[in-house]
Design a binder for this molecule. Structure first.
Ligand SMILES: [Zn+2]
Length: 101
């Protein structure tokens, strides 16, 4: 009986993990189709006293106002870099940006 074959089971090579989204975002992240048809994770961030700039309207977003944060599911630099490239959007801007007819 042949033996000594290297195992095909490796600790790496698993399907790419989902950015620990469940842990970071409390299972609130969902996948939506973004402005260019790419898949984005979308989540509701926790309130913060920071201010963000919305990529949709270039307006400021108070971290104390509920908004969304979105980042590409498959960034060209990898999932980790994609997570770092997440952007805060006004909820309305995210829903309408790139989708307007
Ligand atoms: Zn906006």
């Amino acid at each position: 009986m042949p033996s000594g074959r290297r195992s095909s089971k490796r600790p790496y090579g698993q399907p790419h993990q989902e950015l620990d989204v469940d842990r970071v975002w409390g299972n609130r992240a969902r996948i939506e189709t973004g402005p260019r048809g790419e898949d984005f994770y979308v989540a509701i961030p926790r309130p913060t006293d920071r201010t963000f700039v919305c990529p949709g309207c270039q307006g400021e977003i108070s971290g104390e106002v509920q908004h969304v944060v979105a980042w590409p599911v498959d960034g060209i630099m990898g999932a980790d870099a994609a997570a770092e490239s997440r952007r805060h959007w006004h909820t309305g801007c995210w829903q309408s940006f790139g989708r307007a007819r």
